[in-house]
Design a protein. Sequence first.
Length: 268
Amino acid sequence: MNRHIAELSGPALASRITKDSIVVVPTGAIEHHGPHLPLVTDVLLAEAVGSAAVERAAGEGLDVWQLPTLAYTKSDEHSWAAGTVWLDAETVFRTVVEVGRAVELMGAGTLVFVNGHGGNVALLQVALREIRKRFGLRTFLMPSLAPAAPPAGEGLDEHGLGIHGGAAETSLVLRLRPDLVDLSLAERWVPEHLAEFALIGFNGRPVSFGWLSNDFGTPGVVGDPTQATPAYGEVLWEASVHQAVESLREIARFEHSRPRVPAGVGEA
């Protein structure tokens, strides 16, 4: 059965969608990724992982569906670079909330964003609650890229700073669209001085900071794409799709609360 909502007719969709249905929306960005990667990188990763996860989960019997990817999002940290196309935060917020409205009106009960762009995370987290409040949907956000141990140590010396165009992201694009990668233009662009800080940083450090991608003395890349390999890309692909499918399994059985059983009920 075709799980791509936009490829169905309205009546065909209406006859299949129920309150148990999960609708997946990949979110990416069209933005600068250095000289070695395409502008479409985040869209490519979110859409590929989202589609593979929906297909696998549906094959297991989950009632899961997919809407087209949101490509133009909150990526103005790269606005200085040619080719980046972004919307302001208010526009993106309003857009995703109105997508939630449409998902509720089509009859589904759950909306999941599979996000491939870090600049969307905070905004989408706020939107989850707004969509929940306005339309009663169960709402979730999950990443398109899952962490995985590199087979040859790729990226381990990025000091946790390989967040944009580095070894992992470049390896995954090598797995999906090697024709779009030019490793001859890749260099090591890790802002080594940031590794000196114990609390300030990325990837779960307790102190975050505002930044633009040209703040670090690099060409808008934070990481080391010279370490990217197709083998690492394959490991990341399998880990990412597996995590997405496992996430959809949990989402399918998630409940905000369960009715309390009065004391003594059911006791012999």
